[in-house]
Design a protein around this ligand. Structure first.
Ligand code: ADP
Ligand code: MG
Length: 354
């Protein structure tokens, strides 16, 4: 086994004595339609280690599905290398790809890909029949998998009678069936309501808890999925533009509390949280002067005042107004103070002469 030394975000060193399940280097993919060329991927590098749940997040058309298709051998890249558990898959022939998909990779397709004429149990059993698993083992495993995705009560129902969320969980159980090392999922929460999306996230999290040597890669445009990711790559125009660390409990709480603060306003018992979130620049920008996302510096942002009529009270004497910037490129939500009012001194837009 090789041993790598990796730098973690906290700047200390962690030893990883495991080989990556996914090792992608310099992937380019060009689609040609008549005379028009679309460069769907331009230089993607990615390593996923056992135990990692990785999310790739980006807008529609950014190359997410193309990347998954290349990872699973369904598409060939124009350049670059793709290794799954050390095996270069870009050179595999059709039989090799089939074996890879049977043994090592479970795919959750965006449109479920369920067989309508089979029951839920029949759908989950199918991949195991294809890979010649013994009947007794198959039947036991079907029960276990349907239980794991909370569909045991739907065992003998056909897909058409299931809700969107249930279909998606069934598709996930199917992807787990042959016990693959890697699960890849394309927009698993795109076609379901928010409660079903939460349930799907729980299923993925539980899977990782019970299978610490496997990995999951999810591509999505849904920022919610960041909550279960060990880290998130933001993809734009076929390139990774930013890596976002795991959302830890504190940062989740901060995000929630900053939203809450916008509502909680005058009745705030939460001064501490507001004060903590407040940056104290000497000059505050006007809303019209904010042109770039504070996180990724993109110009593709939505700006609004947190609330035009209501102000947040902070410290003892300052009233502040904040702008919300929602970035369409990196998905970050930022809050910037755009005005401040000192109750005692009556000054607006500056704290400079205090
Ligand atoms: N088979 C194809 N032929 C031509 N262009 C394609 C094909 N598949 C994808 N593309 C183009 O490649 C880009 C990335 O597409 P895709 O990977 O599907 O993005 P995403 O999944 O992020 O929405 C888009 O511009 C899309 O139109
Ligand atoms: Mg897609």
């Amino acid at each position: 086994m090789s041993s790598q030394v990796e730098k973690t975000t906290s700047n200390d060193l962690k030893i990883t004595d495991k080989n990556p399940i996914v090792e992608v280097q310099g992937i380019y993919k060009i689609f040609k339609q008549k005379k028009i060329e679309v460069m769907a991927l331009r230089g993607i590098d990615l390593k996923i280690y056992p135990g990692e749940l990785v999310v790739i997040m980006g807008p529609s058309g950014s190359g997410k599905t193309t990347l998954l298709n290349i990872l699973s051998g369904i598409e060939k890249p124009n350049a670059g290398s793709v290794k799954i558990k050390g095996m270069e898959i870009t050179k595999l022939k059709e039989m090799g790809i089939q074996k890879l998909l049977q043994d090592e990779i479970g795919i959750v397709f965006q449109m479920f890909n369920l067989i309508p004429s089979l029951t839920a149990a029949g759908n989950v059993e199918l991949p195991m029949i294809v890979s010649n698993k013994e009947k007794k083992y198959r039947k036991e495993r079907v029960k276990g998998l349907l239980k794991a995705v909370k569909l045991d009560h739907r065992m003998f129902h056909r897909p058409s009678t299931l809700s969107g969320g249930e279909k998606q969980r069934l598709a996930i159980a199917m992807a787990f069936a042959n016990d693959p090392s890697l699960i890849i999922a394309d927009e698993p929460t795109a076609n379901v309501d928010s409660i079903s999306a939460q349930n799907i996230m729980i299923v993925f999290k539980e899977f990782m808890k019970n299978n610490p040597n496997k990995a999951i890669l999810i591509v999505t445009h849904d920022p919610e999925l960041r909550k279960i990711a060990d880290y998130t790559w933001v993809i734009r125009d076929g390139q990774f533009v930013r890596k976002m660390d795991k959302l830890n409990e504190t940062s989740e709480k901060d995000e929630v509390s900053s939203d809450f603060n916008l509502m909680a306003i005058s009745n705030t018992n939460n001064k501490h949280a507001i004060a903590k979130n407040l940056l104290e620049p000497k000059h505050f920008p006007k809303l019209s002067e904010i042109l770039l996302c504070p996180s990724c510096h993109s110009v593709n942002i939505i700006k609004k005042l947190d609330n035009n009529d209501v102000y947040c009270q902070i410290h003892d004497s300052h009233i502040i107004q904040r702008a919300v910037i929602i970035c369409k490129e990196c998905f970050e939500v930022s809050f910037l103070t755009v005005s401040a009012f000192d109750i005692n001194k009556g000054k607006i837009n500056t704290l400079e002469n205090e």
